[in-house]
Design a protein around this ligand. Structure first.
Ligand code: ADP
Ligand code: MG
Length: 355
């Protein structure tokens, strides 16, 4: 079923893994909208839930709660049968290891053609699409090669070809440049960009590489299973800048590649009005667990709370007092220090009584 809404809509998406008696919250109410034709990167620390999200969007895993709608299909409501069909028809997956998409004893061309044969694509269409794809990933000349004869980057490009064999609307790539050198990563990125532009393919890419994330339309950061900030690319008007500026200071600017972009960082405000303030800002302002929020003419000002001693300041005070009481073993955790301090206080009171 075709649909006109965004390609991806995640609303308060939750993923809980149950490991024996433990519940691991991999996604904790994630909100994300991806428009059709966007080329997006997802970044975030290890364990923040990136792969969990990709597996859900790829139909490889089920969400626990919330909403995940891709191309008009609600992934929470699909039957097992429908989910399998979704996985085969709607999405292409590219992994860090290209081998996950490839069969080693087949040629490049056979690998790309295989999913089409399985899907029952008619011969002529299959041959034409294979040729078009292999040209798009720049491997047509190497189509008869076996995988062992290919470099890592060529194998990844073959894997990209395989992932697109069934003409998906969405390409999910989990660290596709994670195991290759910089120049190979660039070729892979150029290939993805071309596919995005040529076919209007929506691409969601997970990466750690800042050079990679600088080349997409939008970068979303995920922390603790929630989207926490996003950067949007606004291409600088380079031609204008270069035409009007003829000073020799400009020599440096001329050398920068045309793809250089300005990013503007936005913080995600969720449905409940929560947002995550960058840690550097909080540290710079000495804000730890309370803040004062005031409305100004052109924005909202977040200041350190007045008259509230925050937890870390309290902990510092407690350890200062404890230290003045003598050479006690100090604990790193402020709660333990607090306990130390109150023990010290009780001791002091007992001493007073005995006097
Ligand atoms: P990322 O890809 O950002 O590194 P993941 O989505 O792989 O993060 O993991 C998010 C959290 O979920 C981590 O705490 C991880 O240990 C946990 N997790 C991921 N997959 C599983 C699983 N199959 N079973 C149990 N816990 C998992
Ligand atoms: Mg991962």
């Amino acid at each position: 079923m075709a649909s006109n809404g965004p390609m991806i809509l995640c609303d308060s998406l939750v993923k809980i893994y149950k490991v024996q008696d433990l519940e691991v919250f991999a996604l904790q109410g994630l909100d994300l909208v991806i428009e059709r034709g966007e080329f997006m990167a997802l970044v975030g620390p290890s364990g923040s839930g990136k792969s969990s999200l990709m597996n859900i969007l790829g139909g490889l895993d089920r969400p626990s709660a919330g909403k995940a709608i891709v191309d008009g299909q609600d992934l929470l409501k699909l039957s097992n049968f429908a989910l399998t069909r979704y996985r085969r028809q709607k999405v292409g997956f590219v992994w860090q290891q290209p081998s996950r998409n490839l069969i080693p004893y087949l040629s490049v061309e056979e690998n790309v053609e295989l999913p089409m044969i399985v899907a029952g694509m008619p011969y002529n269409e299959r041959k034409a699409w294979t040729k078009e794809l292999l040209e798009a990933v720049n491997l047509w000349d190497r189509r008869h090669h076996s995988l062992a004869q290919l470099s890592g980057g060529e194998q990844q490009r073959t894997a990209i070809g395989v992932s697109l064999a069934n003409k998906p609307v969405l390409l999910l790539a989990d660290e596709p440049t994670g195991e290759v050198d910089t120049s190979t990563a660039q070729v892979i990125m150029d290939t993805l960009r071309l596919l995005n532009e040529q076919y209007g393919l929506t691409i969601l890419l997970v990466t750690h590489d800042i050079r990679v994330s600088d080349q997409v339309d939008r970068v979303v950061t995920i922390r603790d299973g929630r989207t926490s900030s996003e950067r949007v690319r606004r291409l600088r008007d380079q031609e204008v800048a270069q035409d009007t500026d003829t000073d020799d200071q400009d020599a440096e600017a001329q050398e920068t590649p045309a793809a250089v972009a300005d990013y503007h960082e936005y913080v995600v405000v969720d449905y409940a009005g929560r947002l995550q303030i960058p840690r550097e800002y909080l540290e710079a302002m000495g804000i730890s667990d309370r803040a004062q929020v005031d409305l100004a003419d052109d924005g909202i000002i977040v200041r350190p709370a007045q008259g509230v001693v925050d937890a870390s300041a309290q902990a510092a005070r407690v350890s200062e007092v404890a230290e003045s009481w003598g050479p006690q073993q100090q604990s790193k955790d402020w709660r333990l220090r607090l306990a130390d301090a109150s023990r010290g206080l009780r001791g002091l009171l007992r001493q007073k009584k005995e006097e």
